[in-house]
Design a protein around this ligand. Structure first.
Ligand code: 6YU
Length: 497
């Protein structure tokens, strides 16, 4: 029976937990998760900022509607606000655009209106949509999404903005620079020059207006875990090596932890982040990974996106504001990288989202910063970050006395078990790379050479990479792979009981 089948899952993020959950509910009893840290959740990480609940990692349910399994689970466990459950909210579909009220501030301390920046917004939105349309075309006209957007803006603005005076035209270009930086955060890339154009349309969305977990994203983790045996996760157990076999001689796998402890498993499901794989694949897999798998790990992108939470005594944004957008008036050259990290890393921060409702969060905003600038920010002392953010807010509001109450930032690049934030399809990547990522070992598994190592995690989903729902689905997928592998055994057990 399946009682004796020994399955070890590496990593207790949403993918590992989802895999364990499905295996256990399907009757597998010998399932264990080895987790490097002292907690479950991985990049789903809820924290405290004073008495407020904040998300250090994943923030939204992207596309909360019937087809999204994270939405369905969150609803099932009663974790969502009533608005998120309404049919209107679920039906909302603007292809990633949101009805968010935006306050725009410029580096000379001016407050701009949404109408002032409309030409830039219209142009950028159109180009971003077009960036997804090169998928099935023969070759790509530009090397990257960044190249495409920049070149097209330069060409199209001549005709489209011919009635706009040159000062205003320059301002529109500065606004687009800000939007490029925002898009770096969305993709988790350093620059859009590193994001592939041909495969940009590979990422798919669900309808539904993005929503948050009022009690914290980790509520999802806690609820799933409550349905698993108490001792299913072994914490502070970093896995160092997985010994598999590409010959017929050995059918089980040996998992070795960093402290030297070894255990046998019939199957191992590896869910560690792509950032960890990039750095440690040599030590992690013995024998080494097949070359096609290794090359995909190297080709795929994994960058950094961090948050900087900032709390104020009084808001300097409008009561209905959802997003604060910053426009640097010296950036009309369409840049999404700063020239000097040390002196100007803060220019990469595209703006802030406002945590709502104010009754729950007070006057709390969350700044977003991607790329090497974000990685540099992680190395600075908190007082230095506070100082630079204070100067920024004073400059953009033109109010020299605004002082934040306190700040808190995430440091995902420094996290030794993640090494960044999430994956993206870099230049030169295609769907094939994601297929290689999810392919089990050995490549030619058979009865004589059964499935040994399976791969789940955010970076192994064909369409929903970089998301919680994508990661969850990959955990279920790999559990199902094993369940169907043992299909006959399980159905005969069911018949007996
Ligand atoms: C989402 C969102 N969101 C913001 C930020 C981050 C991410 N995501 P895990 O890492 O969770 O688990 C692995 C475990 O393995 C972990 O516990 C490790 O400790 C452990 N481990 C490692 N090495 C080990 C070893 N050797 N031995 C044992 N254990 C080991 N997703 O749906 N909504 O709002 C955001 C966001 C700052 C960092 C996000 C969001 C991404 C998710 O958090 C992430 O995918 C999953 O949690 C990963 O789960 P997992 O189980 O795979 O790994 C066009 C186009 C554009 C394409 N992109 C657009 C989409 C936008 C993505 N947006 C994200 C945005 C935010 C803001």
């Amino acid at each position: 029976g399946n009682k004796n089948i020994n399955i070890v899952i590496v990593g207790s993020g949403i993918a590992g937990i989802a895999a364990a959950h499905r295996l256990v509910t399907s009757g597998f009893t010998n399932v264990h998760i080895l987790e490097a840290t002292e907690r479950s959740g991985g990049r789903v990480k809820t924290g405290r900022f004073g008495d407020k609940v904040i998300e250090i990692g994943a923030n939204w349910i992207h596309g909360p509607s019937e087809e999204n399994p994270v939405f369905c689970l969150a609803r099932h466990y009663g974790l969502l606000d009533p608005e998120a459950l309404t049919p209107e909210n679920q039906a909302y579909d603007l292809g990633g655009e949101t009805p968010w009220v935006t306050n725009i501030f410029s580096s000379s301390g001016r407050k701009l209106s949404e109408k002032d920046i409309y030409p830039a917004l219209e142009m950028f939105t159109m180009l971003l949509n077009e960036s997804s349309e090169f998928q099935n075309q023969q070759g790509e006209p530009y090397a990257s999404v960044g190249d495409f957007i920049r070149s097209e803006v330069r060409q199209r603005c001549v005709e489209k903005w011919k009635d706009i005076d040159s000062a205003n035209r320059s301002l529109q270009l500065c606004v687009i620079s800000g939007m490029l930086k925002r898009e770096c955060c969305v993709n988790g890339s350093h620059s859009l020059d590193e994001v592939g154009l041909g495969a940009f349309g590979q990422y798919k969305t669900f309808p539904g207006l993005d929503c948050t977990f009022p009690g914290g994203y980790e509520g999802l983790i806690a609820n799933l875990m409550s349905e698993l045996p108490d001792d299913i996760v072994r914490y502070n157990r970093p896995v160092q090596s997985v010994f598999w076999s590409n010959t017929d001689k050995q059918s089980s796998v040996i998992v070795e932890c960093e402290d030297g402890e070894r255990m046998n498993a019939d199957h191992v499901i590896v869910t560690v982040p792509l950032g960890y794989l990039k750095k440690h694949h040599t030590r992690l897999f013995r024998p080494p990974l097949p070359l096609h798998k290794l090359h995909s790990i190297q080709r795929l992108g994994f960058g950094t996106n961090n948050k900087i939470f900032v709390e104020f005594d009084e808001p300097w944004w409008d009561a209905d504001c959802d997003v604060i957008q910053l426009v640097w008036e010296d950036e009309d050259t369409l840049v999404d990288q700063v020239s000097d990290l040390k002196s100007s890393w803060i220019k990469k921060l595209f703006g802030f989202t406002v945590l709502k409702p104010a009754e729950r969060y007070g006057h709390l905003i969350c700044g977003w910063i991607a790329g090497h600038e974000s990685e540099y920010m992680e190395t600075l002392p908190e007082e230095e970050v506070t100082h630079v953010v204070t100067q920024l807010v004073r400059r953009f509001t033109g109010n020299p006395s605004i002082t934040p109450r306190r700040i808190l930032r995430s440091q995902w690049f420094q996290d030794p078990w993640t090494n960044g934030s999430y994956s993206y399809l870099a230049t030169g990547c295609s769907q094939q790379d994601l297929e290689n990522m999810m392919e089990p070992l050995p490549s030619n598994a058979s009865k004589a050479r059964p499935l040994q190592v399976l791969f789940a995690g955010e970076a192994t989903h064909l369409y929903y990479f970089s998301t919680v729902h994508g990661a969850l689905l990959t955990g279920w997928r790999e559990a199902d792979r094993l369940i169907s592998h043992y299909c006959s055994t399980i159905s005969s057990r069911r018949r007996i009981s």
